[in-house]
Ligand binder design. Sequence first.
Ligand SMILES: Cc1cc2nc3c(=O)[nH]c(=O)nc-3n(C[C@H](O)[C@H](O)[C@H](O)COP(=O)(O)OP(=O)(O)OC[C@H]3O[C@@H](n4cnc5c(N)ncnc54)[C@H](O)[C@@H]3O)c2cc1C
Length: 390
Amino acid sequence: MKVAVVGGSLGGLTAALLLRDLGIGVDVYERSPMVLAQRGAGIGFLPESQRYLVERAGVGLDTISVATSRLRYLTRDGAFAYDGAHQYRFSSWTTIYRELLGRMPSGIYHLDHEMTDWEESSDGVNVRFANGKAQRVDLLVCADGVASTARARLLPGVKPQYAGYVCWRGMVPEAALDETTQALFSDAITYYIHANSQVLIYPIPGPDGSVKRGERLLNLVWYRNYLEGGDLDDLMTDNGGQRREISLPPGAASERHIADMRATAMARLPTPMAKVVLAVDQLFLQVIYDIDIDRMAFGRICLIGDAAFVARPHAAAGTAKAAADAWSLAQALTDERDAVTALKKWEPGQLAVGRQLLERTRRMGRRSQFDCNWTPGDPQLLFGLHGPGR
Ligand SMILES: Cc1cc2nc3c(=O)[nH]c(=O)nc-3n(C[C@H](O)[C@H](O)[C@H](O)COP(=O)(O)OP(=O)(O)OC[C@H]3O[C@@H](n4cnc5c(N)ncnc54)[C@H](O)[C@@H]3O)c2cc1C
């Protein structure tokens, strides 16, 4: 069997490595002309995201992630509204990407290959790329992310639904902060909830992957509401005047909005959190969308990860869902080598996983941003792919 995986981020890499482990001939096609740079910043590192590196590559979790032992909520004056024991692991998109990419055999990860089109017939799929090349395969796995071209063609009626808020993000070297602030955030996920908004901070590996205290980064996540229309258009118009749809990368947000974030941080956040916001060199943001689908398998083609469902980040499970899609696909192809039959058997389980995550994270987002009843310490609010805390 020959497989093309389109999209060379965490979902695509996990799928390709697992299929290769089954002895299947697999190639990964990534549109970016360069090895991908840091984008997703910190990630809650759930068991599904850890699984390939731990089970198949023998990587020690403590070398690629930071373990925290407290779950905390601050009050406006910096006291603890809640301080409970809870263990999480955090890593960074870059660390996991580097580790997975390092396990790919050479010659099968192809940069500068943007899939533009395909034709499917009863015995294969002919995939075409913007660089003029083409590849005939038995199975096409589309892991091409939130703005998936494959989803747009296979499910033209499915449109991203704006959740009513965005997620501002940033990272700060621990060493850039005073010792008291570093100590506060070093072993915890720390939240601050205020009217229609939520801020969270957690430690992640440093830019070079170091997990040593003092060499790590603090990862900032700040959900803020912007009305659809004028407010959102204004926010998403970058400092070059271009209206962006999904994200503003570091350096793209307008000075006015950055100044507003800093002023709001000083006026509204507990002092240690405001210090983190002010220390971020380049804030960036992602618009929060829901994408709901009712199919993931289409003959010899399937959608995985963010190319399938996109759920809000409140369960920290996007990467985990992409990995779980890949693991179950590998299992389906172990049980059944005919691609069409395997995909038919694979689809219902992953539709169920995606749908429950989407519904749960919608409820969580509503509690945080609109109903304002996100209760410190509520176990329903724990991270997890299959449910709170699991
Ligand atoms: C604010 C925020 C916080 C998050 N926090 C977490 C967290 O804590 N934990 C967690 O697990 N997840 C988190 N996520 C989700 C996570 O980032 C995504 O779910 C995950 O990256 C999805 O991986 P993917 O491989 O499916 O898609 P992506 O990472 O989006 O990758 C898609 C790839 O496909 C490529 N591509 C696109 N089109 C084409 C084409 N036509 N041809 C070839 N290549 C193409 C792109 O260049 C890209 O490399 C968060 C997301 C957001 C927005």
